[in-house]
Design a binder for this molecule. Sequence first.
Ligand SMILES: Cc1ncc(COP(=O)(O)O)c(C=O)c1O
Length: 420
Amino acid sequence: MSRRTSWAEPWKIKVVEPIKMTTRDERERAIREAGYNTFLLKSEDCYIDLLTDSGTSAMSDRQWAGMMLGDEAYAGSANFYALEAAVQKYYGYEHLIPTHQAVAPRTSCRRSHQGRRLRPGNMYFTTTRLHQELAGGTFRDVIIDEAHDPASEHPFKGNIDLAKVEALVAEVGAERIPYITIGVTVNLAGGQPVSMANLREVSAYCRNEGIIVILDATRAVENAYFIQQREAATRTSPSPEILHEICDLSDGATMSGKKDSLVNIGGWLAVRDPKIAEQAQNLVVVYEGLHTYGGMAGRDMQAMAIGIAESVQDDHMRSRIGQVEYLGNSSSRPECRSCGPSAGTPSSSTRSRCCRTSRASSSPRRLSLPRSTSSRASVRWSAAPSRRAATRRPVRTATPSSSSCASRSRAGSTRRRTWT
Ligand SMILES: Cc1ncc(COP(=O)(O)O)c(C=O)c1O
């Protein structure tokens, strides 16, 4: 591990995308017309787009070169095997099922785990929870209390409170908890990481109780980097080694490749158990495409395979996390402070408190989630209202409730800052 402390970027810019320079008046008009919903803004109206890091990474020259190696055969694409090898090498899971986005593996998990059961997790990602509830399950938040306190400087606010999991098992029995989802890092908490010590403890307990551990590994490389930086026992280990250990403590993972893996599209489900893999392969062919492409083009699988290898470099992570920290610390306005401590790429969402300063009387227009079995997630996943409809009539529906930093800040805000 190198001892560099600056977050200077380990790359040169070779291509640029010209963008429109907007005026404040233009931006105010655009957000008004979008009903104060950032999801309804046109990207061309955003000079600095902080909505999400999802799919926005610039790809490297090697990834673009890899795109030229696309093998678009229906079955057995060479790019599938390249991606499988990368996932096996860096994440350590044996069986890979590619999907067009992370939402697809969650659909598969839902269809293979139907029933009125509990699904604990360290907070939740919106559509993950939705799929769990559509499957008849009930989400239970088992994250540590510090995650709900924006001011807490706990270094691992994504940690699971094992006592909460134990209480759940005592309440309903382990057989009614098919799996636990662990987000590494936790999006809704502002990109806060989970410690290795906590992962070890939770994994040992779940294995003993026969509860499957599934990671949302979307930003697991970021999590590995935080473990390296904040946990004394791993201070000298390189990120790829830590990433491997994180995954070793789980039975499988879902992935949105649009974040850590530096691609514009793509995701996967990976598992160790060949029987679960077979079930998922049988489902993916129905909902996404054959199990060796799962809705992805061969060229995109190749770009992801290369992106994975590039993403696990310590220099890359230092630069990425350093940039987020710089942004988080750069405002002197107290209302623009991020949740503490500085975290991964979703942490900018937690600065939505500064939106309180904008038109508090307007209602945000929202994209909504389907009405679920739980009244706490009383939402409808309808198509986004058309832009014209949006400008006429404010639509207000509930989002899954939580006392997280992000949703707390929403209460007083006129814009919705959800990280996708
Ligand atoms: C932590 C996390 N999980 C899952 C997803 C869903 O991924 P996708 O958009 O690829 O379905 C996202 C972002 O969208 C995310 O940030």
